[in-house]
Design a protein around this ligand. Structure first.
Ligand code: C2E
Ligand code: CA
Ligand code: CA
Ligand code: CA
Length: 276
């Protein structure tokens, strides 16, 4: 189809980027992708810089279409969310991540496994049972599972009890992209959250905007006072690492340490350390 319409792969990619591609085409392709084994999960390490070690990984979905190439999650996740397909996808990612966790744990690396969840998944009436059965099926220790939610996922207060049910399974909840919504720390207190992830935009701007650095230190301090773990995401430079350490944040994630990579590369990092 790409060739008929415009000749090149780039043409098609551009179409996709501009979201001019028919949504139904993308959705059909996504359904097929699951069957055709085009989907994969990559993992990005979470680092404790004070201890110089990997404390966990975040599972991130990848889709390589045979003609269109890599399609970013930002392009297809929103459509999967709208259509409800995210339920199937989310379950697939969780199962994949849980099996992977179990493999690493059996090799002596019982690191935390974080998985992103959409609002649709949290709203689903059988979400607790689904997670429970995947944990049983894979033998994954629930204490090693962390579910990442965004502020948008949490806007409904009726979700508090749902989250409390999830917590009873023994897993952890973290709030992703912290600072990008209108959610305040006070509001946060209503939800049984264990950790916050400082959004990349703050980390990016802290080195050239002193007030952002001050804001970050304040968020870090307040969050720690309220007993949340705090991790900074999108850390790309040594300067950012140093500023975060000064601000009291030693948990970090970002290209400075590693991009999201296939599981074999994570095992290599676990065996040889992050400096290698
Ligand atoms: P997110 O959960 O905020 O994930 C972090 C994103 O930032 C990832 O993009 C990651 O590759 C990227 N990133 C990490 N470190 C750096 C850095 O130092 N610099 C820069 N520039 N980027 C960095 P990715 O993998 O493209 O995922 C985008 C979003 O798609 C995720 O944002 C998440 O909201 C969503 N997503 C990915 N996988 C899943 C999934 O399995 N389920 C759900 N519901 N959403 C997912
Ligand atoms: Ca995330
Ligand atoms: Ca994030
Ligand atoms: Ca994000």
């Amino acid at each position: 189809v790409a060739k008929e319409q415009g000749g090149t792969f780039h043409f098609f990619t551009r179409l996709l980027m501009e979201q001019n591609i028919e949504r139904s085409n993308l959705l059909n392709a996504l359904h097929a992708a699951l069957e055709r084994d085009e989907l994969d999960v990559h993992f990005q390490p979470k680092i404790d810089f004070a201890e110089n070690k990997i404390i966990g990984v975040e599972a991130l979905l990848r889709w390589r279409h045979p003609e269109w190439g890599m399609i970013a999650p930002d392009k297809f996740i929103p459509i999967a969310e709208e259509t409800g397909m995210i339920l199937k996808l989310g379950e697939w990612v969780l199962r994949k991540a849980a099996f992977q966790h179990k493999k690493w744990a059996d090799l002596g690396f019982p690191i935390n496994m974080a998985v992103n969840f959409s609002m649709r998944q949290i709203q689903h009436p059988r979400i607790v049972e689904t997670i429970q059965s995947i944990l049983q099926e894979t033998g994954m220790n629930p204490a090693s599972l962390e579910i990442e939610l965004t502020e948008h996922t949490l806007i409904h207060s009726q979700h508090v009890s749902k989250l409390e049910e999830l917590k009873k399974l023994g897993l952890k909840l973290s709030l992703d992209d912290f600072g990008t919504g209108y959610c305040s720390l006070r509001y946060l207190k209503d939800f049984p959250i264990d950790a916050i992830k400082i959004d990349r935009s703050f980390v990016e701007n802290m080195t050239h905007e002193p007030h952002i650095a001050a804001l970050n230190s304040t968020i870090i301090y307040l969050a720690q006072q309220l007993n949340y773990d705090v991790i900074a995401e999108g850390v790309e430079t040594e300067e950012q690492v140093n500023l975060l350490m000064e601000g009291g944040c030693h948990l970090m994630q970002g290209y400075y340490f590693s991009r999201p990579v296939p599981s074999e590369q994570i095992l290599h990092l676990l065996k040889n350390g992050i400096d290698q």
